[in-house]
Design a protein. Structure first.
Length: 160
């Protein structure tokens, strides 16, 4: 078992469930196994509202729009991460999730809020590892991995 550490910050009125926390840890470990990364991670996940994430988006990306998630990686890609000694966790980066937007998206596609937050977290962790969706081929690859990890996380949940 990896010694991952995730700090959850809740600056929104919604509560973070223990079920979601468990699913995120499971997803992170599955991603590490899939990517063959033995290094334990530290990362932060902060839950925000529309206004707060729009401010971050404007400040760091010069885009004055609401978005569902922002990811700020420490490293450029997973190859750099793989080069670290696995004795100590490395800081992978920061994730900011917009609970308002996640709620809207969940309703549109028929997910629960927890499912949508899990999916967005998986998406963001992949960004922290260097994945992107700037072109159609990269988008297809990233979506395939996201869905695989999401389904696996849901199967783990059903075993409990």
């Amino acid at each position: 078992m990896k010694r991952n550490n995730i700090e959850f910050n809740n600056f929104n009125s919604n509560l973070i469930s223990s079920k979601l926390v468990d699913q995120v840890y499971n997803a992170l470990e599955f991603i590490q196994d899939l990517e063959e990364i033995d290094v334990p991670f530290e990362l932060t996940i902060t839950f925000l509202n529309d206004k707060a994430i729009q401010n971050l988006n404007r400040e760091y990306r010069n885009i004055n729009k609401v978005t569902d998630v922002l990811s700020f990686p420490v490293f450029e890609n997973k190859n750099t991460i793989k080069s670290f000694d696995n004795s100590y966790p490395i800081l992978l980066g920061d994730i900011f999730l917009n609970v308002n937007q996640a709620t809207k998206q969940a309703q549109e596609i028929g997910n629960t809020l927890e499912e949508e937050l899990l999916y967005l977290t998986i998406h963001s962790i992949l960004h922290l590892l260097g994945y992107d969706h700037l072109n159609e081929a990269n988008k297809k690859e990233m979506r395939t991995i996201e869905k695989k990890i999401f389904k696996r996380s849901k199967k783990l949940e059903n075993r409990e």
